[in-house]
Design a protein around this ligand. Sequence first.
Ligand code: FDA
Length: 307
Amino acid sequence: MLGPVILAASRSDRIRRLISAAPVTKQVVDRFIPGERVDDIVPVVRELTGRGLDVTMDVVGEDITRPEQAAAARDAYLELIDRLKELELGERAEMSVKLSLFGQALDGGHDLALANVRPVVEAAAEIGTTVTLDAEDHTTLDSMFAIHDELRRDFPQTGCVIQAYLFRTEADARRLAENGSRVRLVKGAYKEPADVAFQQKAEIDKAYVRVLKILMDGEGYPMIGSHDPRLISIAQELAHRAGRKLDEYEFQMLYGIRGDEHLRLAAEGHRMRVYTAYGTDWYGYFMRRLAEKPANLRFFLRAMVSK
Ligand code: FDA
C-alpha cells in the first residue's frame, strides 16, 4: 500500500524540498548512492571490481526542464567514461542511461535525447564497453525502443531494459530476443495504471518468469535485474535448461541492496553486475528505492525522529 504513495510523492516538488533538506537524508541516501562526484565514484568502481563484481554506472537525474541540463548530463557521462578509461575494465564497467535525463520529455525530446546519448555510446565503445537504456514510465517506451533500434545500427551491443509488470513486455521480449541483443529484465519501479500494467506482486512475478523464459530460450544476452531469491533460482534453472553457459547471461542488482548475494553469485562463477548510481540529483532514484521496501521508509523515518 505504501509503495504507490511514495511513488506519487516522488513527483512532488514540495516533498522533494522537505526530504532533501532533512539533515538525516544524506546518511540514508549514501546507502544507495555512494557518491556525488566522479572523484567519489571511481574508488567505488575500483573496490567493487576488485571484489570480482562488474558494474553499470548511472548518473542520477531525470526530471530536467532545459536542454542545457541534458547537455550537462551527457558531459557528466563523458567525463565518467574518460575516468573509467584508466581502469581498463572494458565491458566490466558499462553505463546505464535514463533518456529523460538526456531531454526526452522536452520539446523535440526524442531527437534531443538521441543526439545526447549517441556520443556517450560512441565514447563507451571506444573504451570497449557499452550502454544500457533504462526503462522509465510506460509513456516513454516507444521512444526509448526507437532510440535503441537506431543506436543498434552502429552499436549492436547497446542494451535496453524491459519491465515485467507491463502487459506489452512479452511482445517486446519476443522482438528483442535476437542474436546479439542485450536485454535487462526488471519487475518495474514506476506507478503504472491498471490498463497497462499488472498491479499485484504475484502477477508481476509470474509475468517475470514468462518473459525470462522468452529471453533465456532466445538468442540474445539476458540480464536478470532482480534481488528476488525465488526469481534468481528460477533464472539459474531456466539458463541451465536452455543450455546456456555462465557467460551467456548475467545477474544485476542495485548498489546497497543484498550485497552478500552479489558476492555469493560472483563466487559461484556468475557474472554479477552492480548498478551503481551517483550524482547530486538523487531524489527520484532514492524515492523509488524507498517505495520498493517499506522497511527502508521505516528506517528513514526512525533516523529522522531520533535526530
Ligand atoms: P522485490 O521488490 O520483490 O524484492 C526482492 C527482495 O529484494 C526484497 O524482499 C528485499 O529483500 C530486496 N529489495 C528489493 N528492493 C529493495 C530496496 N529498495 N531496498 C532494500 N531491499 C530491497 N526499474 C525500472 O522500472 N526501470 C529500470 O530501468 C530499472 N533498472 C534496474 C536495474 C537493476 C540492476 C535492478 C536490480 C533493478 C532495476 N529496476 C528498474 C528496479 C526494478 O524494477 C525493481 O523495482 C527492483 O529491482 C525491486 O524488485 P526486485 O526484483 O528486486 O523484487
